[in-house]
Design a protein around this ligand. Structure first.
Ligand code: AKB
Length: 323
């Protein structure tokens, strides 16, 4: 039987592409997209869409009842950089929404939950290279704290109440369809837009800041795969380390210059540098690979080629020019 899915935060960077993929897999009538506002018309106009406030239990519950939802993907969150500007708002949104969804599963209103965690669960005392699944975790951002606490609660709800909750520690995600919002890894998307529109980019991280990254197609595949895996295969009920590649701003710039030789890169690190410096440089995801067969497909060169191709079409298509 096909799941009946609610995606909360469907207008965001990952939520939007996940919505398209799940509609393709399970049919549009089985996938309800929702967000706090109609901020992504691509999502809103191509299937069922509801306004849902992730901070409100009743807002979520009304939608769950209306469509007989059995599976929730909770993609709404305040990310690392915005979270540092609004710590209490980040705490409220990230934690309240998780409790609402876990409690719906605890009381058997829904059966299955996906909740994204992040490399932000790690902190300055974590080993920086090949960061293991189980290690020291002392996050120094509000976002990281919410994700770490959230992981503990997910595992607790699984152990104590049998809630089928599954989670991944996403690295920075690169995509061309929807912009990311308020993260520290956002430079790795902005750089491609600026390369196409301006031929130059001033990066808010320093040139040798290495961070774990992944192409959107791989992130969506991982999300779908962990949710499709048999329950016995999911041995980690906090959240799985997930990796594809790691690179620095200088390395992305070099791959862009192979295609756009005149592309100019400059650096002006801001408050996000300290956040990036507190995160791992690379991740060991052996456990995800062993437990449910995770593997990535896209490397940096593939991503650069695809991003520049798609964004060039988006910004420079004849239709765009005539508008
Ligand atoms: C962020 O930069 O805050 C996010 C993340 C790594 O979770 N992209």
């Amino acid at each position: 039987m096909k799941p009946k899915i609610l995606i909360i935060g469907a207008c965001g960077q990952i939520g939007s592409e996940l919505t398209f993929k799940l509609r393709e897999m399970y049919g549009s009538s089985n996938v309800i997209a929702s967000d706090i506002s109609y901020s992504n018309l691509g999502v809103v106009n191509t299937g069922i869409f509801e306004v849902v406030d992730a901070r409100s239990y009743s807002s979520i519950k009304i939608c769950v009842d209306k469509y007989q939802i059995d599976t929730i993907y909770l993609m709404a969150a305040m990310l690392s950089a915005t979270g540092e500007k609004y710590p209490m708002k980040a705490w409220d949104l990230n934690m309240e929404s998780l409790f609402h969804v876990l409690n719906l599963a605890k009381s058997n209103v829904i059966k299955k939950v996906f909740w994204p965690s992040s490399i932000a669960v790690f902190g300055p005392t974590t080993p920086v290279e090949s960061t293991p699944q189980y290690t020291i975790m002392e996050p120094s951002t509000v976002y990281g704290i919410t994700k770490q606490v959230g992981e503990r609660w997910c595992e607790y709800y699984f152990n104590k109440y049998g809630v089928d909750v599954r989670s991944l520690r996403y690295p920075g995600i690169i995509s061309w369809k929807t912009m990311p919002g308020g993260g520290t890894t956002d430079y790795a998307v902005e750089i491609y837009h600026k390369a196409v529109t301006d031929g130059a980019y001033e990066c808010f991280l320093s040139e040798n800041t290495k961070l774990p990254m992944m192409y959107m197609n791989d992130a969506i595949k991982a999300t779908v795969d962990i949710m499709e895996a048999p329950a016995e295969a999911i041995k980690v009920r906090s959240s799985y380390n997930l990796a594809a590649m790691s690179f620095t701003p200088k390395e992305v710039a070099q791959t862009i210059q192979e295609i756009y030789p005149d592309f100019k890169m400059s650096y002006s690190p801001d408050f996000r540098q300290a956040i990036a410096d507190s995160w791992p440089r690379s991740i060991d995801d052996t456990k995800a690979r062993a437990d449910w067969g995770w593997h990535h497909e896209f490397e940096l060169q593939d991503i650069t080629r695809e991003m520049l191709f798609q964004l060039d079409k988006k910004y420079h298509s004849p239709l765009k020019k005539s508008n």
